[in-house]
Design a binder for this molecule. Structure first.
Ligand SMILES: Nc1ncnc2c1ncn2[C@@H]1O[C@H](COP(=O)(O)OP(=O)(O)OP(=O)(O)O)[C@@H](O)[C@H]1O
Ligand SMILES: N[C@@H](CCO)C(=O)O
Length: 363
């Protein structure tokens, strides 16, 4: 057992992705979080050989913690951290690292739990490897793992964010197209790590973003059904091709929405229409009982205070942006879900402007 440890904390916010018509583009960081406490032996070295291999010990508390694999070679956080380390010629965690995760983001509900875990993993690798990577490079690593930028960008930088992926050169495209299973190898646990070939480095500058303004009186009512919907499944129902009419419908609304949510006081009529979508919600309705009725029946007229309503991320959570009447809005959504046999929890959330951050703790 090492004589002393250095203690750190890593904080990553939840996110809602898509934001109305902004499929794979617009995300908002919200006031739920994944928090890691990381203890690193003061004496540890990053110049390890295979003989020095020692797996970190991971523990969890909070939401869905019973469902997380604790093997560092299966857990998403540590697999991502290992990927970052191995891209910097550091083959493993230094011996004796302890990680405790306190999870406040429910899994598979459309509130960016996997995006938060990916960002936490990138920050963990950066911390343990003593790498001090700039934010843009941290984002490159995150985008090698989660290929749509809306959750991870908002989780990393905070606020209401729009992002796009660069057009890559053919060789960079080949590197970034390597299957995730190869980017994040699952090593056998009992035999120790297989050092194998170096993983593909992320091309530089994969993702670009801009932070939009946000009217501070706007809050987010998140109504979370008590069932998980895996993002992969919810992406599987989307078509490959869209009509020009539907694309223009979304582009027109997104252009208006990004500025409308920054104006104070917010204009409910403008925002309500600008939060409509024809790119993902219509196709995901079959996966979320009650979604068509919820989107059709709550309006700024029926529920004063409501600004707009949409699916949060890949669902099944419903996101209602509002300036008041939060209980009334949540109660109506809960009622409609109830009529479809779906139990829910709900939370009133604020925007998180800070994004992800790491601190050294004194104890
Ligand atoms: N803190 C965590 N630690 C380890 N694994 C996690 C953590 N958070 C999420 N995961 C993994 O990610 C999965 C959920 O990812 P998924 O993309 O399906 O949903 P989501 O990220 O919650 O929703 P969305 O992407 O629509 O916002 C979980 O089932 C779990 O395997
Ligand atoms: N833009 C993504 C967010 C979910 O992670 C989707 O809707 O599939």
């Amino acid at each position: 057992m090492p004589a002393s440890y250095k203690h750190y904390a890593i904080h990553v916010p939840a996110t809602t992705a898509n934001v109305g018509p902004g499929f794979d583009v617009a995300g908002i960081a919200l006031s739920l979080s994944l928090d890691l406490k990381v203890c690193i032996p003061s004496t540890s070295s990053t110049t390890l050989t295979e003989q020095d291999y020692a797996a970190p010990v991971i523990t969890y508390s909070g939401l869905d913690s019973a469902n997380v694999p604790l093997s560092p070679y299966k857990n998403l956080l540590t697999r991502v951290a290992l990927y970052v380390l191995r891209c910097h010629e550091i083959p493993s965690f230094p011996p004796g690292v302890l990680i405790h995760a306190t999870n406040g983001i429910p899994f598979g509900r459309g509130l960016g739990s996997s995006g938060a875990a990916v960002i936490a993993g990138v920050l963990l690798g950066d911390l343990v490897g003593n790498l001090s990577l700039p934010r843009a490079r941290l984002l490159d690593f995150a985008l090698m793992v989660e290929r749509h930028p809306d959750n991870v960008t908002a989780a990393l930088v905070g606020g209401f964010v729009g992002s796009y992926l660069s057009s890559l050169s053919p060789s960079d495209l080949a590197a970034s197209s390597i299957p995730l299973a190869e980017v994040l190898p699952e090593y056998p646990t009992d035999a120790g790590p297989e050092w194998g070939a170096d993983p593909p480095r992320p091309p530089k500058g994969i993702g670009h973003y801009v932070q939009f303004g946000w009217a501070t009186e706007i809050r987010a009512v998140a109504v979370m059904p008590r069932f998980e919907l895996a993002t992969a499944k919810a992406r599987g129902v989307l078509p490959e091709m869209y009509s020009r009419k539907d694309l223009v419908f979304n582009l027109q609304r997104l252009a208006v929405l990004t500025t409308a949510l920054a104006r104070s006081p917010p204009d409910p009529e403008l925002i309500y229409e600008a939060m409509k979508d024809r790119v993902h919600q219509p196709y995901r309705m079959a996966l979320i009982p009650g979604l068509p009725e919820i989107l059709a029946s709550l309006t700024p007229q029926s529920h004063p205070g409501l600004l707009g309503i949409c699916l949060s991320g890949a669902g099944p959570t419903i996101l209602a942006l509002a300036t008041g009447n939060f209980d009334g809005i949540a109660a109506e959504i809960k009622k409609i879900f109830g009529e479809h046999g779906v139990d829910v929890d709900w939370e009133l959330l604020s925007i998180d402007e800070r994004g992800a951050w790491t601190e050294e703790l004194s104890e």
